[in-house]
Write a protein that binds this ligand. Structure first.
Ligand SMILES: Cc1ncc(COP(=O)(O)OP(=O)(O)O)c(N)n1
Ligand SMILES: Cc1nc(C(=O)O)sc1CCOP(=O)(O)O
Ligand SMILES: [Mg+2]
Length: 216
């Protein structure tokens, strides 16, 4: 799937089956896609997460749904699953293994790498990452092992050091605070709670799309 990565990062929805409180993940994802989500990451981890064949079946179903809306489907952490189902890409963090080896295995696919410092960001760029996930920008309840909250300053620092790679802000992002991340240099925002816990995920996604558009 050909794509302008910075555009695809505008409203990047991330979820697994255990994030969706009020509805099934398929329903939440379809509402998010209707509301204008530009990228989706399947992050099936934590308490009650599906494993093995059940995880693969769900991944294939969600991938097909994303493609109906021309939205790329990214797998979190699981290189083998990404390759097996021919997903559009993978997102990994600093603790997810040998990043050079992962880049090698994901040739031709989108690769997102989490970065928390200028040094990590420069290394990820040198490795050939397609975009960086930068956070947590605000406090988050979703990721228990998240690093210290960084605010928008880290994004400003990366841009001030001439990093032109597409950046997506993550961690506690809402339609109300998204402008802080965009004005600090992010191309888009990545959210779990703001969409997956919403009573109306489609409207919640629209609100994020609008917030990002109005901040550029
Ligand atoms: C877009 C995006 N940015 C950052 C992360 C976090 O990745 P990681 O640090 O590997 O943590 P887990 O998500 O694997 O718990 C992400 N998933 N997506
Ligand atoms: C998956 C993830 N990664 C983070 C990081 O800082 O790298 S914060 C985070 C959780 C984002 O969820 P919410 O939108 O509910 O805060
Ligand atoms: Mg990870």
């Amino acid at each position: 799937m050909e794509c302008n990565i910075a555009e695809k990062l505008r409203v990047y929805f991330i979820a697994g089956s255990n994030n969706c409180l009020n509805h099934e993940i398929q329903e939440v994802l379809e509402e998010a896609l209707k509301g204008g989500a530009t990228l989706f990451q399947f992050r099936e981890k934590g308490p009650g997460a599906l494993q093995g064949e059940d995880k693969e079946v769900l991944a294939r179903r969600l991938l097909a749904l994303c493609h109906q809306y021309d939205v790329p489907f990214i797998v979190n952490d699981d290189v083998a699953l990404m390759l097996k189902i021919n997903a559009d890409g993978l997102h990994v963090g600093q603790e997810d293994g040998d990043l050079e080896h992962i880049r090698e295995k994901t040739k031709g696919k989108l690769l997102g790498i989490s970065a928390h410092t200028l040094e990590e960001a420069k290394k990820a760029v040198a490795l050939g990452a397609d975009y960086l996930g930068v956070g947590p920008i605000f406090p988050t309840e979703t990721k228990r092992d998240a690093r210290e909250v960084m605010g928008g300053n880290v994004l400003e620092q990366l841009r001030a050091n001439d990093l032109t790679i597409p950046l997506v802000a993550i961690g506690g992002i809402t339609a109300e605070n998204a402008h802080i991340a965009i004005r600090a240099g992010a191309d888009g925002v990545s959210v779990i709670t703001a969409i997956s816990h919403a009573d109306h995920p489609q409207q919640a996604t629209r609100n994020l799309v609008e917030a990002v558009s109005h901040s550029k």
